[in-house]
Design a protein around this ligand. Structure first.
Ligand SMILES: Nc1ncnc2c1ncn2[C@@H]1O[C@H](COP(=O)(O)OP(=O)(O)OP(=O)(O)O)[C@@H](O)[C@H]1O
Ligand SMILES: [Mg+2]
Length: 334
């Protein structure tokens, strides 16, 4: 699948996407370039990146870029399965092969036949299973637990981890030979904090999705936009998405993010002090004025007369400014 340009209701760069994986930053353009290269091949891919940075979405995009796209895409979290059950989950079992195996069960390697299997948190897999996995990757054959005939699998494996794989090898948690087998093609998802304008693009995208679902026209306040820039997003895109959704639910028309972000006290602390607005040195005068006007309106709960009085301008001037903002937003949307 080729990358496509989508237009979103934002005034920055056009957003680019592979599947549902979005981004316009240079860091994400590099990820898209790698995915477009490796997608159509059969190479194993090792996705690394902090939690919530989009590894599963990237794996889906690789699947969508491949000739296997009509086949299944399955993801299994190796860290979430008890050690005693992981073999059965991966390779399946025959009826009667152990107590409780009342019927035969196909494992994920069988169910992903013709498609792609994502082994998430691969470093959490017990070492003896890593040995089995390596053998399967090399021979493309495995036995269901309790079976006597081999299953020949046609599955592309993508692995993901939010740990440093080399450190996992050094600490004895990941077999070195498995790492090199999995990491034929490594792709590192950058943390959201190093994706610059993508934070706002993604926030607008998630908001647009919510607006479409709810048939609403809610929008981000200028204060919320500043919060987006100032927060470091330790939970990455997942944190951003959840934050926008919470703010959307709470808002009548204008979304506030600062009260929802723990530790966002740097900059705008609207939770405790709605009277303060920190402006970064070097901000554009136009942006600063807009932030101040919107924050003041928020503070006076939308009462324009009181906001205009506090701002020291006429009500007419305030209306003119607000009209100007909504017109520039409409231009950006069109
Ligand atoms: N670039 C992106 N564009 C749009 N949505 C994204 C992007 N990256 C992540 N998301 C969304 O953020 C959420 C988290 O993404 P995902 O599950 O892929 O992260 P992850 O790296 O696999 O996390 P974990 O390490 O916790 O498993 C998902 O809802 C996903 O759809
Ligand atoms: Mg994941």
């Amino acid at each position: 699948m080729n990358s496509v340009s989508l237009s979103f209701p934002v005034h920055i760069a056009p957003i680019t996407a592979i599947g549902s994986l979005l981004g316009a930053s240079a860091a994400m353009q590099e990820v898209f370039r790698l995915i477009e290269r490796v997608g159509p091949t059969e190479a194993s891919v090792l996705l690394t990146g902090e939690s919530g940075s989009g590894k599963e979405l990237a794996a889906r995009s690789i699947h969508e870029c491949s000739a296997r796209r009509q086949g299944p895409f399955l993801a299994i979290n190796c860290g979430a399965i008890p050690a005693g059950l992981i073999e059965a989950e991966l390779f399946g079992y025959e009826k009667g092969s152990f107590t409780g195996a009342v019927r035969a069960h196909a494992g994920v390697f069988e169910r992903a036949q013709g498609g792609t299997l994502l082994l998430d948190e691969v470093t959490e897999m017990p070492l003896d299973m890593q040995t089995r996995l390596l053998r399967v990757l090399e021979t493309r054959k495995f036995y269901r637990v309790g079976a006597s005939t081999e299953f020949i699998c046609d599955v592309r494996v993508i692995a993901a981890t939010n740990r440093c794989p080399l450190q996992a090898v050094q600490s004895g948690q990941l077999r070195e030979d498995l790492l090199y087998r999995l990491a034929v093609f490594p792709v590192a998802l950058p943390p959201l904090r190093s994706r610059g304008e993508d934070v706002e693009l993604l926030a607008e995208h998630f908001l647009a999705e919510l607006n479409a679902q709810g048939r609403t026209q809610k929008r981000l306040s200028a204060l919320a936009r500043m919060t987006l820039k100032q927060h470091t997003w330790p939970g990455n895109v997942r944190e951003l998405k959840n934050c926008v959704e919470r703010a959307y639910i709470l808002a009548d028309t204008v979304l506030e993010l600062a009260p929802l972000i723990q530790g966002a006290a740097r900059g705008v602390d609207a939770a405790n002090d709605r009277e303060r607005l920190d402006i970064r040195v070097g901000s554009r005068i136009h942006d600063m004025e807009r932030s101040l006007i919107e924050a003041t309106l928020d503070y006076f709960k939308g009462n324009k007369r009181r906001a205009a009085d506090a701002l020291g301008c006429s009500l007419k001037t305030l209306y003119n400014k607000l009209n100007g903002y909504s017109q520039s937003q409409e231009c950006a949307n069109s």
